[in-house]
Ligand binder design. Structure first.
Ligand code: KG4
Ligand code: ZN
Length: 338
């Protein structure tokens, strides 16, 4: 079979990235330009600045990929691009760029959902085998997804309110830690002891999650202590939060694996970069004899490699997009179980 080379483009948030991936699994070359330092000054991503920076960076990123990969346009089979979910202005920069390249070089266009991208980042490590459970943990998602085939997603558990990444970011803010929140909470947690007594979220036997109660408890605790003139131990509170938040993810993932008798687990989304979560999942999977796949950290955070990887099954099925493809700030790709 002929090799398939897909050029992927990602610009949904604050990383401008282009990659070329062979057969959905082999990263030929990836370029990522992050805007993190710029947004850190404002405490979070400023959408207008982000889209302008994508516009400034995107042609330079493409030049770098073409120069370093040594891949020529005649070798490229398709152009893949994130069209949803994300910041509207940012998505549009990538999407218009992809449409232009598709038109000029006469290559099929493939629209990719960003969350599908995070899931297919697993194919860059080892081929996803079905059936598998997927734990999707990002800024907007906390889901347990049963996958029986490519792009066949059945949600068997999800958050009732906040996503886990969102909760990490809010806890970082209340502790006065800099953007990006998640990695900073992890850093503080490493130095602390889980000495605060925090409520367990959704302490039941369902497969669902709830993080808003835990978040509100921490906000109230910090406010009350500061009104009493008492100091919070940021390190210990970060460690206590992480123990409860991650503990809950691991407990429900374990229930799902047991209930559906699954022997494989893949993990996807920005929060899968968290070292404590990675360790705890590894321990649990070893105990259950479950095969665990988590992408290396460079593929957990936003990148175009995962977008090109996620486009491969769509390419094989001939699922191309036409130029009416529009950017969507929100799109839910999973089916609900009921
Ligand atoms: O998957 P992602 O790019 O978000 C969406 O696509 O929605 O992940 C971003 C989220 C943020 O909430 C960020 O704080 C969190 O992932 N995150 C982490 C870590 N690295 C990123 N959370 C905890 N620990 C980390 N090391
Ligand atoms: Zn992401």
């Amino acid at each position: 079979m002929k090799d398939v080379y897909i050029l992927g483009i990602e610009s949904s948030c604050d990383e401008t990235s282009i990659a070329i991936v062979k057969n959905g699994r082999e990263n030929i070359y990836t370029c990522i330009r992050t805007q993190m330092d710029t947004h850190a000054e404002f405490g979070g991503v400023v959408p207008e600045i982000a889209s302008r920076m994508h516009t400034e960076a995107i042609t330079l990123v493409l030049d770098d990929v073409l120069a370093k990969s040594k891949i020529t346009w005649d070798m490229i089979d398709a152009i893949a691009v994130t069209y949803a979910p994300g910041l509207m202005g940012c998505l549009l920069v990538g999407l218009e760029f992809a449409k232009t390249l598709s038109l000029i070089y006469n290559k099929p266009l493939i629209g990719v959902n960003h969350i599908a991208g995070h899931i297919y980042a697993n194919n860059l490590v080892e081929k996803i085998e079905f059936p598998t459970l997927g734990l999707v943990v990002s800024g907007g998602h906390t889901e347990l997804v049963l996958m029986r085939d490519d792009y066949d997603f059945e949600v068997i558990g999800s958050t009732k309110d906040d996503a886990i990444g969102e909760c990490y970011d809010k806890v970082a803010r209340i502790l006065g830690l800099k953007y990006p929140g998640g990695p900073n909470v992890e850093k503080y947690a490493k130095e602390g002891k889980a000495s605060y007594n925090l409520p367990k979220p959704m302490d039941d036997d369902s497969l669902d999650f709830s993080y808003s109660g835990l978040k509100s408890f921490i906000i109230n605790l910090v406010h009350n202590e500061s009104q009493r003139g008492k100091e919070i131990d940021k390190y210990d509170l970060a460690a206590s939060f992480q123990e409860v938040a991650v503990g809950e993810l691991v407990r429900k993932t374990r229930s799902a694996l047991e209930r559906y008798d699954l022997k494989r687990l893949i993990v996807a989304g920005g929060v899968s970069a968290n070292g404590y979560l990675r360790e705890e999942l590894k321990k649990m999977c070893d105990e259950l004899g479950v095969h665990l796949s988590i992408p290396p950290i460079k593929y957990c955070t936003d990148n175009a490699t995962m977008i090109a990887a996620a486009a491969n099954p769509l390419y094989k099925k001939g699922l191309f997009s036409d130029f009416s493809l529009n950017a969507k700030s929100q799109e839910y790709i999973f089916d609900k179980k009921d």
